[in-house]
Ligand binder design. Sequence first.
Ligand SMILES: [Fe+2]
Ligand SMILES: [Fe+2]
Length: 212
Amino acid sequence: MSASADGIDRAILVLDRALRTLTGTVQSERPSPGSDVPETLLDAGQKQRSAGLMRVNHTGEICAQALYEGQAMVAREPSVRAWLENAAREETDHLAWCDTRLKELGSSPSILNPLFYAASLGLGVMTGILGDRISLGFVEATEDQVGEHLKDHLGKLPAEDGRSRAIVSAMRDEELAHGEGALAKGGESFPVPVRRFMRLLSKMMTTSTYRI
Ligand SMILES: [Fe+2]
Ligand SMILES: [Fe+2]
């Protein structure tokens, strides 16, 4: 196959994944941790709060798909690419779990998702180009932040919403494992100022998608 045909094939694959991610047609390989938890009757305020938080988490998982996709696309070592793709598979489950929960709460994903997907894909590619050690370091810094933010959500989600809580709690464990795995794979630990800047960026995402 010629180089340009190969390029077109890859572009179609990227577009196909983006469309599937953004239209909510991804399937989870593992059942949702919330599926065993009985549904409780939430009042309107609790439902709105849960939906807002789960919408933020859903967008976070959209970003994770795009980041890992971008990073894997340009990873140098085949074993690093395989590691990134494996973590991305768990993120696909997270995305599907959040999507289902949002629907159960009578709500829908953020309208800003295409924007965050595109920005994250670009960021993933840029980070990947800087080399595998930086790319894996970026995974660790991101997952560390996501873990903190999910812990914060466990404090904010209504105590009555066991289903959302089970999902967030399982996701948190896996995000932390992704972070630890990335360091073990040779990732470089990011300095505090970079982490602070990343926190600022994620704050923009979390405050906007809570409502829209
Ligand atoms: Fe995730
Ligand atoms: Fe993760």
